[in-house]
Design a protein around this ligand. Structure first.
Ligand SMILES: Cc1cc2nc3c(=O)[nH]c(=O)nc-3n(C[C@H](O)[C@H](O)[C@H](O)COP(=O)(O)OP(=O)(O)OC[C@H]3O[C@@H](n4cnc5c(N)ncnc54)[C@H](O)[C@@H]3O)c2cc1C
Length: 455
C-alpha cells in the first residue's frame, strides 16, 4: 500500500516506520519545518538542541524505551534522579518521597498521613480505572485525602493545568498520574529516576526518518496537508505550499501546492479540529456526523511555554509545581538541574510553564510582555532574580497540548477507525486513561497501523 501519514510528531513517525517495516510505502506530511511535533527541538546555539517544551520519560514508559532498543540505540536513554518541589505558602518544599511528605509544612500532620495513605491504597489496591471514571478528582481528593489536601495541593495544581475546568476533571486522569506513571519500586521509592536522551529527542526522529526513507517512503517537512478527499476507494492528499505554517494551524487557509497525491490509505495524527477541517465535504459525509460530533466534544488547553537561558541557577530543583494561584504560571522546569549544564557548554535553561484555555489573553503576549507579567512571580520563588539573568528567551504556544478529561470521557473518545475503510485517526485524545506523552504516542502508532492493516 501507499499510505499518507499526516503529521511527523512521534505518532506519525512511528506509524511511518511500522508501515515501512510491514512492506508499505509511507509518505509523511508535516506542517512544521522540522520533526517531532509537540516534542520537537530547537537549536539553542553552539550546536545544542533542546525541546521547545520540557520533556522527560518515566521508568514506566516502556513502549518508547523498547523503540530505542529496537532502533539500535539502547544507550541513548539515560536515567537520572529527579528533584521535585512544590511552591506553596511562599516557599518551595522538596517533594521527592515519603520523607518529604512527612515534612511537608503546608499540610497538618494528619493531612500528610492521609494523603500518603490514600496514594498508597490507590497504587496497591486499584489497578482498574473504571471505578474512577464517574467521579471527579476533586470529589475523590476531598473524600480520600481531605479538604486541606485539595486546597493546598491538588486544587491549585489542577487549577493551574485546567483553569476553570479543574473541578470537572475526571478522577480517571488523576488515577493514571498517581498509579500508571509512578510505578516506583525499590530504590526509586526514595528518589525517582527520569529518562532523557543523550542527544535530545531529535536522534529518535532522525532514526525513524531513515527507516521510512530507506524503505522507499518520504518524510516531507514544511509540507502540510491542506485537504483530504476520496474517490473510488482511494484518498487524495492536497499539500499546502511551503511556509504555510506561518499562516497558523487551519489547513483551509494554506495556499495549495502541486501536485495532489493519491494513496490507498491515510493515518492522520493531527488534533481533532485539524482533522475535521482537512476533510472535504464528500469525505466528511462519509465519516459521518456521529464521529465528527465526538471530535467536537473534546476540548484542549493550550500550552504556553517560555524558555529562558539564564546566566545562573534559578532553583535547586528540576521541577517546581506552583501550587499558589497568585503566581501567573504553573510550573518551573529547570532543565539544567536534570541534565548538567556542561552538556550545553555551561549554559542554563529554565522553562516557565503554563496551560490556558483557547483565546486566553495571555496567549497574545510577546516574550517581553510575558516576562513582565511573570517577573514578580519569578521573584517570589527566587527573590534575587533579576531580568539581567536572562540571556535568551523563546516563546512557544501549542493549541492542542492537553485534552481535557472530564466525566464519561471513554464514551466520547473517537475510535481509531473513522468508519471510512483506510482512514485512521490517531492523536492524543485517544490516549486514555494514561494521558498524552511520547511513550503513549509510540503505542498509539502501533495501534493505528494495526487497525489499518486489520482493515
Ligand atoms: C508542554 C508540554 C510538555 C510535555 N512534556 C512531556 C514529557 O515530559 N514527556 C513526554 O513523554 N511527553 C510530554 N509531552 C507530550 C508529548 O509531547 C506529546 O504527547 C507527543 O509528542 C504527541 O505526539 P503526537 O505525534 O501524537 O502529536 P503531535 O506531536 O501533536 O504531532 C502532530 C503533528 O501534526 C502536524 N500537523 C498539524 N497540522 C498538520 C497538517 N495540516 N499537515 C501536516 N501536519 C500537520 C503538527 O505540526 C505535528 O508535528 C508534553 C507536551 C507538552 C505540550
Amino acid at each position: 500500500m501507499r499510505v499518507a501519514v499526516i503529521g511527523a510528531g512521534v505518532a506519525g513517525l512511528v506509524a511511518g516506520h511500522r508501515l515501512a517495516q510491514a512492506g508499505h510505502v509511507a509518505e509523511v506530511y508535516e506542517r512544521w519545518p522540522g520533526l517531532g511535533g509537540q516534542a520537537a527541538t530547537l537549536p539553542v546555539g553552539e550546536g545544542h538542541l533542546l525541546e521547545r517544551y520540557y520533556h522527560h520519560l518515566f521508568t514506566s514508559d516502556r513502549h518508547i524505551a523498547a523503540l530505542y532498543e529496537e532502533l539500535g540505540m539502547p544507550d541513548e536513554l539515560e536515567w537520572r534522579p529527579s528533584n521535585v518541589a512544590f511552591f506553596v505558602d511562599g516557599r518551595s518544599w522538596p517533594f521527592n518521597g515519603p520523607l518529604d511528605l512527612l515534612r511537608f509544612g503546608p499540610l497538618s500532620v494528619v493531612s500528610r498521613l492521609r494523603m500518603g495513605l490514600a496514594v498508597l491504597v490507590l497504587q496497591r489496591r486499584h489497578r482498574d480505572v473504571r471505578p474512577f471514571e464517574n467521579e471527579t478528582a476533586r470529589e475523590w481528593v476531598l473524600r480520600a485525602m481531605g479538604r486541606q489536601a485539595w486546597e493546598k495541593v491538588w486544587g491549585p495544581l489542577l487549577q493551574g493545568k485546567f483553569g476553570d475546568r479543574a473541578a470537572d476533571i475526571s478522577m480517571a486522569w488523576l488515577w493514571s498520574k498517581l498509579t500508571v506513571r509512578r510505578q516506583i519500586k525499590g530504590d526509586e521509592a526514595r528518589q525517582e529516576l527520569l529518562g532523557y536522551p543523550r542527544g535530545s529527542w531529535e536522534t529518535l526522529y532522525e532514526r525513524l526518518q531513515q527507516s521510512i526513507e530507506s524503505r522507499g517512503g518520504r518524510v516531507l517537512i514544511d509540507r502540510p496537508a491542506r485537504r483530504l478527499s476520496h474517490s473510488g476507494g482511494r484518498f487524495v492528499v492536497e499539500p499546502g505550499a511551503p511556509d504555510s505554517f506561518r499562516i497558523g494551524h487551519d489547513p483551509r487557509r494554506f495556499p495549495a501546492a502541486e501536485p495532489p497525491e493519491t494513496y490507498d490509505a491515510v493515518i492522520a495524527t493531527v488534533p481533532n479540529d485539524i482533522f475535521a477541517r482537512l476533510l472535504d465535504d464528500g469525505l466528511a459525509g462519509a465519516v459521518g456526523s456521529e464521529y465528527l460530533g465526538r471530535l467536537q466534544t473534546i476540548e484542549y488547553h493550550t500550552a504556553l511555554c517560555l524558555l529562558l537561558e539564564l546566566d545562573r541557577r534559578f532553583t535547586p530543583f528540576y521541577w517546581t509545581n506552583i501550587a499558589d494561584a497568585a503566581l501567573p504560571f504553573v510550573g518551573l522546569i529547570e532543565h539544567t538541574n536534570f541534565i548538567e549544564p556542561e552538556r550545553y557548554g555551561g549554559r542554563r535553561f529554565l522553562y516557565v510553564a503554563n496551560y490556558l484555555e483557547a483565546g486566553h489573553e495571555m496567549l497574545a503576549l510577546d516574550p517581553e510582555q510575558l516576562l513582565d507579567l511573570y517577573e514578580p512571580g519569578l521573584r517570589k520563588v527566587n527573590p534575587a532574580f533579576a531580568r539581567s539573568w536572562v540571556r535568551q528567551r523563546w516563546l512557544f504556544r501549542e493549541p492542542a497540548a492537553q485534552p481535557i478529561v472530564t466525566l464519561g470521557y471513554r464514551e466520547r473518545m473517537p475510535p481509531l477507525q473513522t468508519g471510512v475503510p483506510g482512514l485512521i485517526l490517531a492523536n492524543t485524545t485517544q490516549i486514555y486513561p494514561e494521558d498524552r506523552g511520547t511513550n503513549y504516542s509510540v503505542r498509539l502508532a502501533d495501534q493505528a497501523v494495526g487497525a489499518l492493516l486489520k482493515g
